[in-house]
Design a protein around this ligand. Structure first.
Ligand SMILES: *Cc1c(COP(=O)(O)O)cnc(C)c1O
Length: 425
């Protein structure tokens, strides 16, 4: 099936007399007829639902749709995008391990890596994703277990050379994990370029209407955990908490997602609520249409800004002048995303006055939903970071993050024009 058809149809295939629309299985628990049936579930000898903290049919249908969209073998929904990043890494990293990450990543991921992981004994080295293979390779250590980057970084909209990162990761015997939130599988499937694990904040384009916080982890099934079995012993040696079951032996290509589900979800519990999964699924049904419109509108806005004498700079991978134009043509030929960033000539105070004067575009932390929104990361999402950390994260102090919605592009542009004039008063 093509991606558009997957968006509309995949995941839930009702049989005779069943609801056409994916139902919300609003139940914590599931019934069995004998205690032996239940015991087999707890031993992972049989698959089935028993408690929604681990698995729920609504969630599984939506996870299956996203796995199909990404071209992966399995997926797991999480309560948030942050939980997805956390679980995806923790599934293969533990105290004493090390991660190599691009420095131009979402502020929440940056904090997770540099503060919370450090407390847990997992160290992260940040690299400039545009550096040479040699410079990036120098960050690897014998205890490195994972490499990480974002297809399109939030908020800097830098485009990752996924193939380059995959090559470096694999040369060091570790998987590449890519946060594909901004590109969505409509515009890029990182697995086709060598990534092994994909994560999303489904709160963004996938939900698309800013109704539900959520995340997802998708596994390509391609990484050979057994080949590096000593590194990934959590997957390749017996798990005492399941009577000595070994995930790679018992579940093959499903090992990674199964372990995340039955071990991490069991112990840490950050499942997405079935109600949110239901809303996410409705969002996914139009993802292909919305993403296309977001990209068309953002391109129009970017071109308008580029030709506006009051704008100091504009950063959008769809502009020929952009540093990432060539690389975006390779990885994102159908468009990148609806988010762009720019700076105004009047500096920081002028920028804040401009933002306050916008009428259609709303000041919200969120990005990537149907309504146009705007944010000043240095004052808002990234205010925890020092100026040097801001620059390292690809966030200039005057950067305005503009998330182009799916309204009429003429109205969005008119709003920007009037706000610039108002800021001059
Ligand atoms: C928003 C976001 C996250 C975190 O997701 P939440 O759903 O807010 O927890 C992670 N990565 C990227 C790229 C994001 O934009």
């Amino acid at each position: 099936m093509k991606k558009s058809t997957i968006c509309v149809q995949a995941g839930w295939t009702p049989k005779k007399g069943e609801p056409r629309v994916l139902p919300i299985y609003q139940s914590t628990t599931f019934k069995y007829e004998t205690s032996e049936q239940m015991a087999k579930l707890f031993d992972l000898e049989e698959s089935g639902y028993f408690y929604t903290r681990l698995q729920n049919p609504t969630n599984d249908a939506v996870a299956a749709k996203i796995a199909a969209l990404e071209g992966g073998v399995a997926a797991m929904l999480t309560a948030s995008g942050q939980a997805a990043t956390f679980f995806a890494a923790l599934n293969i990293c533990e105290c004493g391990d090390h991660i190599v990450s691009s420095s131009t990543i979402y502020g929440g991921s940056f904090n997770l890596f540099s503060v919370t992981f450090r407390k847990m004994g997992i160290e992260v080295t940040f690299v400039d994703q545009d550096s040479s293979d040699e410079e990036i390779s120098a960050a690897f250590r014998p205890n490195t277990k994972l490499m990480f980057g974002e297809t399109i970084s939030n908020p800097g909209v830098q485009v990752l050379d996924i193939e380059k990162f995959a090559k470096i990761a694999h040369a060091h015997g570790v998987p590449l994990m890519v946060d594909n939130t901004f590109a969505t599988p409509i515009n890029c499937r990182p697995f086709e370029w060598g990534a092994d694990i994909v994560t999303h904040s489904t709160s963004k384009y996938m939900d698309g209407h800013a109704t539900s916080v959520g995340g997802v982890i998708v596994d390509s099934g391609n990484f050979d955990w057994d080949k590096y079995g000593d590194k990934f012993h959590g997957l390749t040696t017996p798990d005492d908490s399941y009577h000595g079951l070994t995930y790679t032996k018992a579940f093959g290509k499903g090992a990674y997602i199964t372990k995340a589900t039955v071990q991490l979800m069991r112990d840490l519990g950050s499942i997405q609520s079935p109600q949110n999964a239901f809303l996410l699924n409705i969002g996914l049904e139009t993802l292909h249409l919305r993403v296309q419109r977001h990209c068309e509108n953002a391109q129009r806005v970017a071109e308008y800004l580029e030709n506006n004498p009051d704008i100091a700079w504009v950063n959008y991978p769809g502009l020929k002048s952009n540093k990432y134009y060539e690389i975006a043509q390779k990885y994102l030929p159908d468009g990148s995303c609806g988010v762009l960033s720019f700076g105004l000539k009047g500096g920081r105070d002028f920028s804040l006055k401009f933002i306050d004067s916008l009428k259609l575009a709303a000041i919200v932390t969120h990005v990537a939903d149907a309504r146009t929104s705007v944010l000043h990361p240095a004052s808002h999402t990234h205010r925890q970071l020092t100026d040097q950390q801001l620059i390292d994260a690809g966030v200039a102090p005057d950067l305005i993050r503009f998330s182009t919605g799916i309204e009429d592009a003429d109205d969005i542009i008119a709003d920007i024009a009037q706000a610039i004039e108002a800021a001059k008063q």
